[in-house]
Design a protein around this ligand. Structure first.
Ligand code: FAQ
Length: 336
């Protein structure tokens, strides 16, 4: 059920991945040379079909993650503790919606329609980030989503600003700037609770960290040895840093921030390893990860049904926009 074999027509029957003609060989050689030089591929350039499908899969999953990612935070708009926090949260959620739009637009440059992408999400064929299948139980969860979830997202997304597919790379530049604000506002909210809050509020922060830490480490994807797409995506310059290396960078960065905050990560094995120059950390429960991305996480069904409901509720807007476009198209004919 949860696979993403996008049903996309090949771009050109004359240019399959395994080049059969001299012309196709030339196109592939030019594409490979540009990738090897660290150059960018634009939407109008020839590309192997597998490269295009890989990008559609990754970019659309990323777009879906942004819009599904609005849901756990949306629950807290009416319950934010102050006007300032409410205004920040509203702005952040709006940014995530914007990120979804940039990314759907980037995916569309690869010749797939937004309707097809959304249909794949709504039918359960498309994936979105595992992290958004966990619930936000208290206000500290919103701070932790900013600090750790956005923090993990930035770690993964900064290298994507150099992705070989230029429309994706360009979208990522703006997204990363905004994610950096998101991470800071989360950390700031937690710092306020830890420094100015009550013991009960400090306990809420620790509880939220305990629940989110391991799922955040899973955001980077399976270990390199079990990653289906990494090798090819790295060869093509879509991914620049491997899942495990990004996870390690994230652990190193956040372990130090946890000390300043005064919280403890729920991992007895987390400690600095002088010889490696990195933090060691304990084993990740990969069974949980595969269960969640297979559709059986704590909130998968709720998240998907909320998105489907939003799509159905918006039908009248799409109908009205189409009716308006038809009317506009008929106008010159009427005048004639
Ligand atoms: N969740 O071979 P790999 C955000 C799947 S945005 C679900 O290693 P790949 C902003 C993977 O698709 C967060 N599925 O895959 C925000 C594949 O299955 P498939 C989203 C996952 O593509 C913050 C299979 O496992 N960011 O948070 C996950 O080379 C706060 C094998 O894996 C992006 O999407 C996962 N965590 O590497 C919004 C960044 N990991 O497709 C609101 C762009 C793996 O064959 C509030 N994406 N899978 O059926 C990427 O960098 C990559 O796609 C990875 C996975 C690193 C996620």
């Amino acid at each position: 059920m949860y696979t993403q074999a996008m049903d996309i027509e090949p771009q050109s029957s004359e240019a399959p991945d395994a080049p059969r003609t001299a012309n196709a060989q030339q196109l592939l050689a030019r594409f490979n040379a540009r990738i090897d030089d660290g150059g960018f591929i634009e939407a109008k350039d020839w590309m192997p079909e597998h490269y295009r499908k890989t990008l559609v899969r990754q970019i659309s999953q990323h777009a879906h993650s942004e819009i599904v990612g609005m849901l756990p935070e949306g629950n807290w708009v009416t319950r934010a503790p102050t006007l300032k926090r409410k205004a920040i949260l509203l702005a952040k959620i709006q940014d995530e919606g914007g990120h979804g739009l940039y990314l759907y637009a980037a995916a569309e440059t690869l010749g797939v329609s937004r309707d097809a992408l959304l249909e794949a999400l709504h039918s359960g064929r498309a994936k979105y980030s595992s992290i958004f299948n966990y619930p936000t139980l208290n206000w500290a969860d919103i701070g932790v989503v900013g600090w750790l979830v956005d923090g993990a997202a930035i770690m993964n997304q900064v290298p994507l600003c150099r992705c070989s597919y230029a429309p994706y790379a360009r979208a990522m530049i703006r997204i990363c700037r905004e994610e950096s604000f998101h991470q800071r506002q989360g950390y700031d909210a937690l710092l306020t609770m830890m420094r100015e809050g009550t013991d009960a509020q400090r306990a809420m922060v620790q509880d939220a960290v305990n629940r989110w830490w391991w799922p955040c480490l899973m955001m980077f994807g399976p270990p390199d040895a079990d990653s289906t797409h990494s090798e090819q995506s790295m060869r093509w310059g879509i991914k620049r840093i491997s899942n495990d290396d990004l996870r390690q960078k994230f652990v190193d960065a956040t372990a130090a921030q946890a000390n300043v905050l005064g919280v403890t990560m729920p991992d007895p094995d987390l400690r600095w390893n002088e010889a490696r120059g990195h933090f060691d950390f304990g084993p990740i429960d990969w069974d949980e990860f595969w269960r969640v991305i297979g559709g059986d996480g704590p909130c998968n069904r709720e998240r998907l049904s909320t998105r489907v409901q939003a799509w159905e509720d918006g039908a009248w807007v799409r109908d009205a926009a189409l009716a308006h476009a038809r009317k506009q198209a008929e106008m010159p004919q009427r005048a004639a």
